[in-house]
Design a protein around this ligand. Structure first.
Ligand SMILES: O=C1O[C@H](COP(=O)(O)O)[C@@H](O)[C@H](O)[C@H]1O
Length: 232
């Protein structure tokens, strides 16, 4: 497990924000996939403030999501809606740089539309950077233990949360693994136990998608805060 421990979650997200700034200086479109849930909210708040709100050349960054829930953007469960509220409403970014999953649409037609957009925009299927989170059950994006098809050749898939039954759309394992860079951002004491298990057990023996999904031809890294890394 290739990991960096930051003293605080704020330090971890500032490192990611600095890297956004560097990517934005490449002066070409850079495709970044964001994670959802609670962990990255601090990142979005940090990016919305000085210096990053103006130092990042937002017109060069394109944003996608690893997964989203089939709810409208106004719903607090919407991964896109949270980024809109915490970040996009506070910066100058062209609307065409935002490639959201439309959670308010019927799931089957949205899956097709999202896959078409992915194929049309990301010609080779290779993202510059995919930032992921990890649930305390070991899921990442909406790829859950015991229900993830690791051989799925599609770009995106419909998933059902195993407890709530909530319907979602997720990038597939294949699409994530083609990325140039995959970064898991994991913070807080609630993730300490599972991180220890992932570090000490071969991934093949674990049911956790987050333990198994890695960039096949790129870098995979884990950005942790001290609390999440407490048992490593
Ligand atoms: O359901 C989800 O959970 C994971 C982890 O979320 P967190 O609240 O523990 O940070 C997240 O990566 C994923 O995008 C989200 O839909």
């Amino acid at each position: 497990m290739n990991y960096i421990v930051f003293p605080t979650a704020q330090n971890a997200v500032e490192k990611i924000a600095q890297e956004f700034e560097l990517y934005s200086q490449l002066n070409r479109p850079v495709h970044i996939s964001l994670s959802g849930g609670s962990t990255p909210k601090l990142l979005f708040k940090t990016l919305a403030q000085a210096p990053f709100n103006t130092s990042i050349k937002w017109k060069n960054l394109h944003f996608w999501w690893g997964d989203d829930r089939m709810v409208p953007p106004q719903d607090p469960e919407s991964n896109y809606g949270e980024v809109q509220k915490l970040l996009f409403d506070h910066i100058q970014i062209p609307a065409e740089n935002i490639h959201r999953i439309r959670g308010e649409e019927p799931v089957e037609s949205e899956l097709k539309r999202f896959e078409q957009e992915l194929s049309a925009v990301i010609f080779d299927g290779v993202f510059d950077w995919i930032i992921l989170g990890m649930g305390s059950d070991g899921h990442t994006a909406s790829l859950f233990p015991h229900q993830t098809n690791f051989a799925d050749l599609n770009l995106a898939v419909i998933a059902k949360h195993p407890e709530s039954g909530q319907i979602r759309i997720s990038k597939t394992v294949k699409l994530i693994e083609q990325a140039k860079r995959v970064t898991y951002l994991v913070t807080g004491a609630a993730k300490a136990e599972i991180l220890k298990e992932i570090q000490s057990t071969p991934a093949e023996q674990l049911p956790y998608p987050a333990a198994k999904i890695k960039a096949k031809n790129g870098v995979t890294e884990w950005y942790l805060d001290k609390e999440a890394a407490a048992l490593l």
